[in-house]
Each structure stands twice: as structure tokens, then as C-alpha cells.
Design a protein around this ligand. Structure first.
Ligand code: RIB
Length: 328
């Protein structure tokens, strides 16, 4: 491990995305339509895919700016306090017209979840937020986007990043169909198996079908794709190669936010100069660590947690560059 951390004087990751208060109940099984299930106590956690990914990257020591909107309510104040505690630089508008976004989440005894989101202020993200994000971008910065804010803002933000020679990562979650030219202007597309099926138009169930989907994505001009597969790890395709990288063998307590932990760690790794396969491996470890603990942001690992996991499970692999490039 390197002793010296890189000195980072400028923002390296800019996240434009959602913030939600997550209202979570543990249930014995996820209800089917028409069924009522009695669960445990209600817990309120800090969530939202944008905020989650910002925190996941910041916990690994990367400088992160988050741009978004919350309401002028108690949930908004709670979310801002959590982000500040994690050192995320917030450019968050307090919106008097809309409530803070809320996610209703049920988690079953195997750690699987169902999520319904009331977007609230996230749905009002638009040109003002795009301008705030653009002002933070410079050549080499990473712009990290998801689909919990309006698509028009996502498209405008990609344009802004391109004109500033910043790199763009899109986590296309939740899944929706996207303009094809948006996908070809990304530096990396990150999706889970459900999102891959919707966006790439081929069913993804396992490593083999994920490899085929990556080939299909390349055919459509998408340069880098990583598909997360839960306990099966992830498949990443770049520079003409397709690699399947394993998950850590864990027993999941709550998978909420595990995908966001993957994305935040992947972006942190890229911004620190690691390769796509190293970023995917780091993402896999972060996702596994997040699934061990309830909640989204509450579960995300710090650098030392990942170093410990690597030393136990993958002792031959370092998450730092020993010589030359940057450390994470
Ligand atoms: O990805 C998990 C997140 O999805 C939760 O934190 C919830 O807020 C929803 O946005």
C-alpha cells in the first residue's frame, strides 16, 4: 500500500442525482399483489441513488460534489446532515414547492428488496442543477448520473460534460428506454441484470448471457459496459475484452444500495486512474460489503473495510497502485 495519498485539490467526481429518505421495514417475505405482510419496526435511512453513489465514492477518499434537490422539510434536513458528515460537497437546492423524495422499501429475510419511490423534489431537477454540475466539471473529472431525476436533465448533463472533456458514467437505474445516441456518448454504462435487459434488449440471467449483452452493447457503439449480477459478480467489457469477475462470498442481510456501492466504488476507482477491471473488482467488493449491513448509505464501506476484505478473500490483489499511477 502507498503511504502517500494523492493530493486532490479539485472535485474529481460530480454526481447529479436523487436524494431520498428511505422508509424501510423488514418482512418475512415480499408481499404479492393483494397481500398484507406484518413486518418489523420502521427504520428511516439516508438514500436515493445519487446521494448513495456520492457517499460510496466519498467513503473511499475521493472528493465528491453532489448536485440535486430536496424539500424544505425534516427529511431534507436529515439527508443534508448525513451527506455533510461524509464530507460530500453539497450543491443542493431546498425546494419550497416539493417534498423531499421518499422511498418505501421492504426487505425480506434473504436480504432481497422491493422499492417504490415518490420522487418529490428529485422530479424538479432541471437546467439549474445541470448548470451547477457543469460549473464543477473540468477535463478529467467524472460526471456520475442515474435515472431517478428527469431524463432531460441527464441528457443535458451529458452534453455539458462532453463539451468540458469530462468523463461520463451512467448508472441506468431505474431502467427505462433511452435515446441510442445518449448511450454512445457515455464513457461507461453500469447496469444490473434487469436494467441490462431493458436497455440492451437482450435477457440477462447469468454470466454467459451478460457476456452476450456486453457484445451486443459494443455492437451498438457503447464503449464500456459493466453488468452486475449479485452473487454471480459482474461482467465488464472494454477495449475488445469481456471479463467475468467474481463476487465476494457473503451472506446478504440487506441488498438495498449494494448496486450504488458498486457504482460509487467503480467511479472512485476510475477517477483515481485504475483500469476498468480493477474498478469492477473494487465495485464487487464494495457491493458485497454493503449487503452485509442494513440500509443504503449506512452500509457503505470505507477504504480500510475494503482493504480488509481484499486481504481475506483476494490476497493477491491490491486496491492500490504500488508504483506510478494514483492510489485510491
Ligand atoms: O438503490 C437504492 C436506492 O434506491 C434507495 O436508497 C432508494 O432511495 C432508491 O432510490
Amino acid at each position: 500500500m502507498q503511504e502517500q495519498r494523492p493530493s486532490i485539490s479539485e472535485p474529481r467526481i460530480v454526481v447529479l442525482g436523487s436524494l431520498n429518505a428511505d422508509l424501510v421495514v423488514a418482512v418475512p417475505h415480499l408481499p404479492v399483489p393483494g397481500e398484507t405482510v406484518i413486518g418489523g419496526d420502521l427504520h428511516v435511512y439516508a438514500g436515493g441513488k445519487g446521494a448513495n453513489q456520492a457517499v460510496a465514492a466519498a467513503r473511499l477518499g475521493v472528493k465528491v460534489v453532489l448536485v440535486g434537490r430536496v424539500g424544505e422539510d425534516a427529511n431534507g434536513a436529515f439527508l443534508l446532515k448525513c451527506l455533510q458528515a461524509d464530507g460530500v460537497d453539497c450543491r443542493i437546492e431546498r425546494d419550497a414547492q416539493h417534498a423531499t423524495g421518499v422511498a418505501l422499501i421492504e426487505v425480506d429475510s434473504r436480504g432481497q428488496n422491493c422499492i417504490a419511490v415518490a420522487p418529490g423534489a428529485n422530479g424538479a431537477v432541471g437546467p439549474d442543477e445541470v448548470a451547477l454540475a457543469a460549473a464543477e466539471l473540468q477535463p478529467g473529472s467524472v460526471l456520475l448520473l442515474q435515472l431517478e431525476v428527469p431524463l432531460a436533465a441527464v441528457v443535458q448533463a451529458v452534453d455539458a460534460a462532453r463539451s468540458r472533456a469530462a468523463r461520463v458514467i451512467l448508472n441506468a437505474a431505474p431502467a427505462r428506454s433511452l435515446p441510442p445516441d445518449l448511450l454512445t456518448r457515455l464513457d461507461a454504462l453500469l447496469v444490473n441484470e434487469i436494467e441490462a435487459s431493458t436497455i440492451l434488449g437482450c435477457e440477462v440471467r447469468d454470466v454467459e448471457s451478460a457476456k452476450q449483452a456486453v457484445g451486443e452493447a459494443r455492437h451498438h457503439g457503447i464503449r464500456v459496459v459493466a453488468i452486475t449480477l449479485g452473487a454471480l459478480g459482474a461482467v465488464v467489457g472494454y477495449d475488445g475484452q469481456v471479463m467475468a469477475l467474481p463476487a465476494l462470498p457473503i451472506s446478504a442481510a440487506d441488498t438495498t444500495g449494494a448496486g450504488d456501492a458498486f457504482v460509487g466504488a467503480f467511479a472512485a476507482a476510475l477517477s483515481a486512474g485504475l483500469d476498468y477491471d480493477e474498478a469492477t473488482r473494487l465495485g464487487n467488493a464494495a457491493g458485497a460489503a454493503a449487503a452485509l449491513v442494513p440500509g443504503a448509505q449506512s452500509s457503505f464501506p470505507r477504504r480500510q473495510d475494503l482493504e480488509r476484505l481484499f486481504s481475506i478473500h483476494w490476497p493477491d490483489i491490491s486496491i492500490s497502485r504500488e508504483q506510478g499511477g494514483q492510489d485510491i
